[in-house]
Ligand binder design. Structure first.
Ligand SMILES: C[S@@+](CC[C@H](N)C(=O)[O-])C[C@H]1O[C@@H](n2cnc3c(N)ncnc32)[C@H](O)[C@@H]1O
Length: 426
C-alpha cells in the first residue's frame, strides 16, 4: 500500500498514535495528538490498520522537544514529546471514556493530580542486560537500547547505572532491578539465569557509594520477574522507606509504589474519601507491605490487610511493630480466597474496604463476595482504568460512585492511576 497522510487524534493503550483512514482506525507506532504525519501502512485488518510513522509533516501545538536523548527509540516512556499539561488532560479523558464505555458510569472525573516536575521521579526501574550492555527494550521489540541515564529515574539510580556500566561482571546478569529510597539509598537485585560472576570486583565501588543492599536472584523462567530464591550479596535485608511520616521496611520481592510524592497524594485522597472513624473496621485488600493499612490504623478500630506475597506480608507485620501499631493484622493469601473464607465463617465484618489490585483488576468471585458482604464504603485504587471500569460496572449493582480522582503516578507514560470511592446504596 502507498504511504498515507494522517492526523493523530488519540493515543492507544500502548501510547502509540491513533488516526482514522477510510472510516477505519489506524494504530501507529508513534506521533502526538494533533500531529499530521506521513505513515506507511503495515497491516490492513478487517476493522483497523497498523502503520509506522515515517515523518511528522506538521507539528502538533502540543508537541514539545524531548529532554531525553533516547526519546523515540527507547520503549521506556511514551509521552516525552507530549506537553505535560496535555498529558494530564488526556489522562482525565482516558479515565472518563473508560468509565463511560466499559463501566457505563457517568460521574464527574476530577482533574488529574500532576507533578510540578515530571522527571527524575521513579524510585524503581528494571534494566535489561544484553552482551554486557544495560538498557530498555525498543518499543514493541526485544532489541536493546543502551542507556547511560534515565530521565524519569531518580538521581542515585542514575549514579548506580554509571557504576554498573564499568563492571565486567554485568555480563553474567540478565536483568537488574534498582530501587532508591527517600534518602537516596539504593537496593539492587541482579537477576541471572546462571548466577552473578565477579561480584567482588564491583564491591569496592559499592562500599564507597550509597548502595545499602544487593541481592542475587536466580531466574530461568523469563515469564516472571523474579525466581524463587533471593541470595543476599551485600548489606541490609531491607530498604527503609518513609511515607507520610511513617517508616516502612521493604524486602526485595515486595511491591512498593514507584513515585513517592504522588503516592502520598494518592493515599491521602483514598483515605480521606473513606471518612474513617474510630468505630470502623477496615479491610485493605492487596495490601503489599501494609502502607495503607498502617497509615489508616490510628483512625480506625481495627485494620486487616490481605496480600499474596509472603515476604510482603512479613514486611507488613514488621512495619506494624516498627510504627508501634497494635490494631492491625495481616493475612497471607489471595484476596478472593481470604475474603470468601472470612465471609463464609462469618468471622469478621468490615464496614470500609480499600482495593488496590494489580493491572488485571479484581477476580469475579471477589466482586461477588464484596456484594454479599455489603461494606458501606469502598475505595478502589487502580493502575488500569479499563479493568477498574469493568469491575465497577459489576459493583454498581449495589454501589454508587461518589468520587473519581486520577493521579499521575507514571508521568511521561501512557499509564494512569485512579481512585474511585463507592458508597453502598441505601
Ligand atoms: C498495586 S499493588 C498495591 C500494594 C499496596 N496497596 C501499595 O499501595 O503499596 C498490588 C498488590 O497486590 C498483590 N497481589 C496480587 N494478586 C493478589 C491477590 N490475588 N490477592 C492478594 N494480593 C495480590 C501484589 O503482590 C501487590 O503487592
Amino acid at each position: 500500500m502507498e504511504n498515507v497522510r494522517l492526523k493523530i487524534i488519540d493515543f492507544d493503550y500502548k501510547g502509540g498514535g491513533v488516526a482514522k483512514l477510510d472510516n477505519k482506525t489506524v494504530f501507529l507506532d508513534g506521533g502526538v495528538i494533533g500531529d499530521v504525519v506521513e505513515a506507511e501502512i503495515l497491516e490492513d485488518k478487517k476493522r483497523f490498520f497498523t502503520a509506522r510513522v515515517l515523518s511528522v509533516l506538521k507539528d502538533s501545538p502540543y508537541r514539545i522537544k524531548s529532554k531525553c536523548n533516547y526519546s523515540g527509540v527507547c520503549g521506556g516512556c511514551d509521552f516525552l514529546e507530549f506537553d505535560y499539561k496535555e498529558q494530564l488532560k488526556w489522562k482525565r479523558e482516558k479515565v472518563t471514556n473508560d468509565l463511560r464505555r466499559i463501566g457505563s458510569i457517568d460521574g464527574e472525573v476530577k482533574d488529574t493530580l500532576g507533578m510540578k516536575t515530571p522527571y527524575y521521579y521513579r524510585n524503581n526501574i528494571q534494566l535489561k542486560v544484553l552482551d554486557g550492555k544495560l538498557g530498555y527494550y525498543k518499543k514493541n521489540t526485544k532489541e536493546l537500547v543502551e542507556v547511560s541515564r534515565c530521565i524519569i529515574a531518580k538521581d542515585e539510580i542514575n549514579n548506580f547505572i554509571r557504576i554498573l556500566r564499568t563492571w565486567k561482571g554485568i555480563k553474567s546478569v540478565d536483568e537488574v532491578s534498582i530501587r532508591e529510597n527517600y534518602r537516596g539509598e539504593i537496593m539492587a537485585v541482579f537477576i541471572s539465569s546462571k548466577g552473578v560472576k565477579n561480584f567482588n570486583t564491583l564491591l569496592p565501588k559499592i562500599v564507597e557509594s550509597n548502595v545499602v543492599s544487593v541481592f542475587e536472584n536466580i531466574n530461568r523462567n523469563r515469564k516472571v520477574r523474579f525466581g524463587r530464591e533471593f541470595k543476599k550479596l551485600y548489606g541490609s535485608d531491607y530498604l527503609n522507606e518513609e511515607l507520610l511520616g511513617m517508616k516502612f521496611k521493604l524486602s526485595p520481592r515486595s511491591f512498593f509504589q514507584v513515585n513517592l510524592l504522588q503516592t502520598e497524594k494518592l493515599y491521602n485522597v483514598a483515605l480521606k474519601s473513606l471518612k474513617l472513624e474510630k468505630k470502623d473496621r477496615l479491610l485493605d485488600l492487596y495490601c503489599g507491605i501494609g502502607t495503607i493499612s498502617l497509615l489508616a490504623a490510628d483512625k480506625v478500630k481495627e485494620v486487616v490487610g490481605v496480600e499474596v506475597v509472603e515476604d510482603a506480608v512479613e514486611d507488613a507485620r514488621l512495619n506494624a511493630k516498627l510504627n508501634n501499631i497494635t490494631n492491625s493484622r495481616f493475612i497471607c493469601g489471595k484476596s478472593e480466597d481470604v475474603l470468601h473464607k472470612l465471609y463464609e465463617n462469618n468471622s469478621l465484618y468490615f464496614n470500609k474496604i480499600v482495593l488496590d489490585p494489580p493491572r488485571t483488576g479484581l477476580d469475579k468471585s471477589l466482586i461477588n463476595t464484596l456484594l454479599k458482604l455489603g461494606a458501606d464504603k469502598i475505595a478502589y485504587i487502580s493502575c488500569n482504568p479499563s479493568t477498574q471500569s469493568r469491575d465497577l460496572k459489576l459493583l454498581s449493582e449495589d454501589y454508587k460512585v461518589e468520587l473519581i480522582q486520577p493521579v499521575d503516578m507514571f508521568c511521561n507514560s501512557v499509564h494512569v492511576e485512579n481512585v474511585v470511592l463507592l458508597q453502598r446504596n441505601k
